[in-house]
Write a protein that binds this ligand. Structure first.
Ligand code: AMP
Length: 453
């Protein structure tokens, strides 16, 4: 039988807000997680942005907060930690959306903005605080935040948070919260450091593991083009940008500098284009995202960190101009398209030196992408060439023997123009998001005054 939101028996104020959002059926992660959290259990869930995971914790958390009243003392009753300020802003937006009729309050504490208003926010009772670990630690060090009333601790995108070097801050923050709290952890992977943190922080958690990486990204068509070099990348990009199917695209580059350069060059070619990366001020970032939302900017050239949490419905294409350093970011990146049930296309440009990265991505996603090429602009470097590994030291006393064998990465010669990899139909939101460096984790666009949730 299909689960419905009504079957959860949610607090009427929360149920009304869900209705107002027009959500009819819970996504798979919501169907599984909401009852667990409502029952007061700790939860560890593998999840992707785009799967509806934010509501899967926000909805039952607000419900639980409505069941009891707070102590009236300063500090938050629920604390949600996110890796980046963008994600923090989005989580708070969902808190406000689903808490619209609840009277619950929420606030946000992230880096890159002034401390004063945050001090004020933290000096009062607050139902939900969404924070990035770095800035929250600053407040803890200054004794400006009291976490002793925390009933709920949520670690959102825990893998990313730990990748960004927040292991200690997260553990420290958790250490200031009461043992009696309910804890939830959401992460793309539940292995390694994430698993260790979960084991330490959660109490007999229920485990929700949805479709592995392999079957995610319904509705996103993944394509791959082999290229010779950066000039070749640019030619292909120009070709696609002439294509009317691209409504809006996020183009990922490996560095901030490359993002700036490409954005500038695309703007010179007449495209409405902006760059988004960690060197942008909070104001600039907010403006750029608003312009993407209202459609006045069509192309966003971004680094991984900056694009984490981007939730813009109109993005029809993600272009991996440079492949990501970490394979998980591939999943985050392509999840910028195909949001909320829409379909999207993700195109990756793979230069000869990227083959190892490609192999890692394929391993992670379980998808072997068949390379395509643009007729008349095929790669000149044969794809079957095996790049030799560093030669083994020659056995003593003998001459240099033939070097390495190569890693067997030679790909089947290119495409026949099909390389498509559509995983099933659309329907449910099904993608994920972004990544990044600590330095990019500043700022928050939302004012720190407690908002009616
Ligand atoms: P998330 O995975 O939390 O980033 O959510 C991805 C998108 O799906 C957001 O735009 C949500 O508003 C939307 N969404 C979440 N839950 C549902 C649902 N049950 N029905 C329709 N859309 C949803």
């Amino acid at each position: 039988m299909m689960t419905t939101f009504a079957s959860f028996n949610l607090n009427p104020a929360i149920a009304k807000a869900i209705d107002a959002c027009g959500f009819e059926t819970p996504t798979p992660i919501q169907a599984k997680s909401i009852p667990i959290v409502m029952a007061g259990r700790d939860l560890m869930a593998s999840s992707q942005t785009g799967s509806g995971k934010t509501a899967s914790f926000v909805v039952p958390m607000l419900h639980r907060l409505m069941e009891r009243s707070g102590t009236g003392r300063r500090g938050p009753r629920a604390l949600v930690l996110t890796p980046t300020r963008e994600l923090a802003v989005q989580v708070q937006e969902e808190v406000r959306r689903f808490g619209k009729f609840s009277g619950l309050t929420s606030g946000i504490v992230v880096g890159g903005v002034g401390y004063g208003p945050q001090y004020q926010l933290l000096s009062r009772p607050l139902d939900v605080l969404v924070a990035t670990p770095g800035r929250l630690i600053d407040h803890l060090d200054q004794k400006k935040v009291d976490l002793s009333n925390v009933e709920f601790l949520v670690l959102d995108e825990a893998d990313r948070m730990l990748d960004m070097g927040f292991v200690k801050p997260v553990r420290r923050i958790a250490g200031y919260t009461p043992d009696s709290k309910q804890s939830l952890l959401f992460s793309a992977t539940l292995e390694g450091e994430v698993r260790r943190v979960a084991t330490d922080l959660l109490r007999q958690p229920e485990l929700v593991e949805l479709a592995a990486n392999k079957v995610r990204h319904e509705g996103i068509e993944q394509k791959l083009f082999h290229v010779d070099n950066v000039d070749h990348k640019r030619r292909l990009l120009d070709h696609w940008l002439g294509d009317r199917e691209i409504k809006q695209a996020v183009i990922f580059t490996g560095t901030k500098r490359r993002a700036d350069r490409l954005a500038k060059s695309l703007a010179l070619s007449g495209h409405s284009c902006a760059a988004l990366h960690g060197d942008k001020t909070q104001g600039q970032r907010k403006r750029t995202i608003d312009q993407m939302r209202d459609g006045s900017v069509k192309l966003l050239v971004a680094t991984d960190v900056a694009a984490r949490g981007l939730d813009i419905d109109g993005i029809s294409h993600v272009i991996n101009y440079d492949l990501p350093m970490v394979p998980e970011d591939y999943i985050h990146r392509i999840g910028r398209t195909g949001r909320a049930g829409a379909t999207g296309t993700a195109i990756s440009l793979v230069a000869p030196e990227d083959r190892e990265k490609l192999r890692d991505i394929e391993k992670l996603t379980g998808n072997r992408l068949v390379g395509e090429h643009l007729k008349g602009d095929e790669p000149k470097i044969p794809l079957t060439v095996v790049i030799p590994k560093a030669p083994k030291p020659a056995p003593r006393g003998r001459g240099q023997q033939g070097g390495g064998q190569g890693g067997g990465q030679g790909r089947a010669p290119q495409g026949n123009g099909q390389g498509r990899n559509r995983n099933g139909g659309g329907g449910r939101p099904g993608g994920q998001p972004q990544g990044g460096g600590r330095s990019e984790n500043r700022g928050g666009s939302r004012g720190p005054r407690p908002a009616r949730a």
